[in-house]
Design a protein around this ligand. Sequence first.
Ligand code: ADP
Ligand code: MG
Length: 500
Amino acid sequence: MTQTASPAIELRGISKAFGTVQANKDITITVPKGTIHGIIGENGAGKSTLMSILYGFYRADSGQILIGGRETAIPDSQSAIRAGIGMVFQHFKLVPNFTVLENVILGAEDGALLRPSLSKARKELARLSKEYGLDVNPDAVVEDLSVGHQQRVEILKALYRQAEILILDEPTGVLTPAEADHLFRILRGLREQGKTVILITHKLREIMAITDNVSVMRRGEIVGTVKTAETSPPQLAELMVGRKVLLRVEKTPARPREVVLEAKGLRLTRGGVELLKGVDLTIRRGEILGLAGVAGNGQSELLKVLGGIARAEGTITMNGRPFTDPREAGIAHVPEDRQHLGVIMDFTAWENMAFGYHRHFAKGALMDNKTLRDETAEAMKRFDVRPLLPDLVIKNFSGGNQQKIVVAREIERNPDLLLIGQPTRGVDIGAIEFIHKQIVALRDQGKAILLVSVELDEIMSLSDRIAVMCGGRIVGERDPATTNEKELGLLMAGVNDEAA
Ligand code: ADP
Ligand code: MG
């Protein structure tokens, strides 16, 4: 028995390379027992690699792991579980057509599907659910559960295996704000019971809200470990990115000019459901119009209609004229669903740059690949895409860099109107700042921008004018300088606009 409690986890000098990529370099971290320890860093900083080493998926090239003060070899995940470590995966590993109960006991020590062990497990599951506020129905089939509930099953699964240390890798990326709040309550409950939690995220707000200590990773290294109470978002952002980062968007007041796009009476019905119920919209040169709304209220459809991906009844004009091909009419489109509509994952960066406007580069019947490659390299440099390799296949770039490539492609087309959906989804802080600056710069060149985002912060800080959608209609318009999140939230929820 030790007198002073040993730290739950101590990592000493952990290094790990994949070929020439040094994913982790001499990492040393101490995590006290009963605390929530944040690990923050941009995409590719090495967070998941480090946790995979702790969970026995990868073996470190060098370094030591101490669990509860004792050096522990973790050659595989069974060893990690025996050492009391549980992992909640970014992409869940549950069996979709099994029940919660079956999933929880699957692979556990006495997990053979015997009736006695099932009923014992059921009792234990009920106890854990109650103790940690993880209410899930043990007999529900996993595929019928929401993502938030599936995550709770993952947590239960770890607790059932008597985890004392719980690792969560980017757990809120897939959650609604309300589900994320619920998860945080659960994590606080775990801490109260003396469990140790490692929370990996690239969201500063989450670090500030829930962690006790935070380690910042950059390019495979720990660049600082601080007490959360003694740090601030700007300081963490600077540590993450390696330079000062503007967390607020800097822009001068808009000077809107003539109308670029005008849409009237847009109606769209799919499968008998009216998704757009008569939308009128006007966007002017020199302004950013933000479209706020809870996901699923018609914003996505509106963006697709204007981008020419979906068809609606009604009229749309660009610069006063009707059109058939949005691109020819001067509309560029960064789609919400980057992975399905924005890029072709197996194609290279330069091929993706060409995607959607081959004609521009056509030389007779042949496409001029050399010009295209060179222009892509130039654009990648301007947009700070890393790594600067036009021949790299898109799926090998991080999400943030994929997004920069799509944004670069669309902005380079010099459009009159840029439609941009969820511009910073899955994008890290340095890249968010960069993309926001590009949007504002485009506006200042006299272009029009229609921004759709589920991040109300982003809408508030970037827009010159905010339209709110609810139930397939634009239910109100606000000036970002005089409105607030509460007022917008009410409009988004369909509370009548008449009063204000
Ligand atoms: P994070 O979780 O912070 O986004 P990762 O740990 O996933 O970062 O990745 C760190 C670096 O290691 C990245 O450059 C990534 O491309 C590389 N990497 C991660 N896993 C592998 C792997 N299995 N093979 C090769 N490179 C990898
Ligand atoms: Mg990761």
